[in-house]
Design a binder for this molecule. Structure first.
Ligand SMILES: N[C@@H](CCC(=O)N[C@@H](CS)C(=O)NCC(=O)O)C(=O)O
Length: 242
């Protein structure tokens, strides 16, 4: 790799067999691999330096930062001449946008609810998320994360719903995905950037070590597990172990 091409991917650490605790990070790292852009993944041990305060973000060789997985993908596509989405029709691009919004702005909250709001799951999440962080973060960060996420879930709405209602909405998202995924070669029938998003969010739903309604909802849909396994093999070189 030329030194000027160096990209550092800053993200939360690997967890439960997934490359990061964050679906957005799994998405971006999967995309970097699909785009064949060399990168080095680094786990944050301090607050993010991104303009949004969120992860993942990219540090370029000149020290400049790029934040937000979607913005990063668009910017690197332009800067590095990535051809993954070349030739997509306006309808395919519209479908990719609709799927991305469903996963990132709706389904995402079911992941947060599952990992952080459900008491029994939170005990497992808390024990896994903060390993290796410098003291005193392992004691300070968990209650701060949980309080913030419960507040966000209340604002978004899932925090005010019974489990059955959340899961009804999740199953509708997943049923829509089943209808829209056009085979294991890619959501749009061939590899394209939206595959990375779908993979990131499905893997994040499947990877926790508990077998709750969210995991079962994904695992009971062979079109989704088949898609996940195909991307894992093609892009990561190994099937998903869940
Ligand atoms: N739109 C952003 C969303 C990223 C995001 O929400 N990341 C979460 C982790 S999964 C985060 O950093 N949360 C910390 C916070 O909200 O302060 C992207 O696509 O990268």
């Amino acid at each position: 790799m030329n030194d000027d091409d160096r990209l550092i991917l800053w993200q939360t650490p690997a967890c439960w067999g997934a490359p990061s605790t964050s679906p957005f990070s799994i998405k971006l790292e999967t995309w970097l691999r699909m785009a064949e852009l060399p990168y080095e993944a680094r786990s944050l041990t301090r607050p993010p330096r991104s303009s949004t305060g969120k992860i993942p973000y990219i540090e370029r060789a000149d020290g400049s930062l790029l934040a937000d997985s979607g913005v990063i993908i668009d910017a690197l596509t332009r800067e590095r001449g990535v051809t993954l989405d070349d030739g997509l029709t306006p309808r395919q691009r519209a479908l990719a946008t609709a799927i991305t919004r469903t996963l990132e702005d709706h389904f995402y909250w079911s992941l947060a609810w599952d990992r952080i709001a459900v008491d029994a799951h939170w005990r497992v999440t808390r024990a896994a998320y903060f390993v290796g962080l410098p003291w005193p973060l392992p004691t300070i960060a968990p209650p701060v994360l949980r309080r913030g996420m419960l507040r966000a879930l209340h604002g978004q709405g899932f925090g005010r719903m019974p489990e059955a209602e959340i899961m009804d909405r999740v199953r509708r998202d997943l049923d829509a995905l089943v209808e829209l995924i056009d085979g294991p070669d890619g959501v749009l029938g061939r590899p394209s950037s939206v595959d990375a998003t779908v993979y990131g969010f499905l893997l994040a739903a499947r990877c926790p070590p508990w077998d709750g309604p969210l995991q079962r909802a994904v695992n009971e849909r062979p079109a989704l597990t088949g898609f996940c396994d195909a991307v894992a093999r093609r892009v990561w070189g190994a099937p998903v172990e869940t």
